[in-house]
Design a protein around this ligand. Structure first.
Ligand SMILES: [Zn+2]
Length: 131
């Protein structure tokens, strides 16, 4: 049977209760320490935090993107495309333009010089500096 994390509102301890899936919805589990039934489920928040962490870890793990040759603009472009789709966000027309120019063999330095707007800390230009 699965284990569920609760916080006991009576003795303020974090406790683990063993319940079947059927019991989880209906049962009133009791604190194994003090016998109180004032238990608050702690599992939902923990799960969300963990999955978010795992996502960020997978983004930060370079092995997920294969071998990126930072001296090869086409390789960097491929990496940026994959990173963009992994983040699931619209990174804007500048991002697409940078990637296109990298793919055509232009160096990141030259692209940055011709696109002064990329100098901001949150823009794709900041990413280029990391390569
Ligand atoms: Zn208790």
């Amino acid at each position: 049977m699965p284990l569920y994390d609760y916080r006991c509102l009576n003795c303020q301890q974090k406790v683990t209760v063993r319940l079947s899936y059927a019991e989880y919805d209906t049962a009133k589990p009791k604190c194994p320490l003090c016998g109180s039934d004032k238990l608050q489920r702690a599992i939902g928040r923990v799960r969300i935090a963990k999955s978010e962490d795992a996502r960020m870890e997978s983004l930060a793990d370079p092995s997920n993107f294969g071998d990126v040759d930072e001296n090869d603009p086409k390789s960097v472009a491929k990496f940026m495309r994959k990173m963009g789709s992994e983040m699931g966000e619209d990174l804007g027309p500048e991002f697409g333009e940078v990637v296109d120019r990298l793919e055509s063999g232009e160096s990141p330095e030259s692209i940055e010089q011709s696109m002064p707007d990329l100098g901001g800390s949150a823009g794709p230009g900041a990413g280029l500096d990391d390569f």
